[in-house]
Write a protein of this length. Structure first.
Length: 133
């Protein structure tokens, strides 16, 4: 495990309403991962196993072999995998050396009842906004 300020997590919309106590619970379940420039973080079509938040660095979002966005520090991705068993909708490739937090679906499932249904609803709301689902 690693130490992370809960203010970082509070910036994520679907965690923003949580109390500091619940935010600490979420942070306690994060793992940290590092990637080198050029590494694949996730691949389109693979099963989603958790969400990522960028601590520092940049990553390209690639859909059907076309770069559609660049993610930077404080951006996050893969949150739908916490509540849905769908394949990844895009590939994310480290554009620079990259440090991320990772919350596995298993870890989220272990704490989701303590977080309340608002987190799940906010993830679904965001998906509708972003993807029209």
């Amino acid at each position: 495990m690693f130490s992370m300020d809960i203010r970082f997590v509070k910036q994520i919309p679907f965690f923003s309403h949580l109390s500091d106590e619940k935010l600490r619970l979420v942070v306690d379940h994060f793992d940290m991962k590092s990637f080198n420039a050029g590494d694949m973080v996730v691949q389109q079509g693979e099963p989603g196993d958790g969400m990522y938040g960028i601590i520092f660095g940049e990553a390209d979002v690639i859909m059907d072999d076309k770069t559609v966005a660049t993610l930077k520090t404080d951006d996050f991705f893969g949150e739908m995998s916490l509540i849905a068993n769908e394949p990844r909708s895009a590939t994310v490739q480290a554009k620079s050396d990259l440090s991320v937090f990772f919350l596995t679906k298993l870890a989220f499932d272990a704490i989701k009842d303590e977080l309340g249904d608002e987190v799940r609803q906010e993830i679904l709301r965001r998906a509708e906004e972003d993807y029209g689902q």
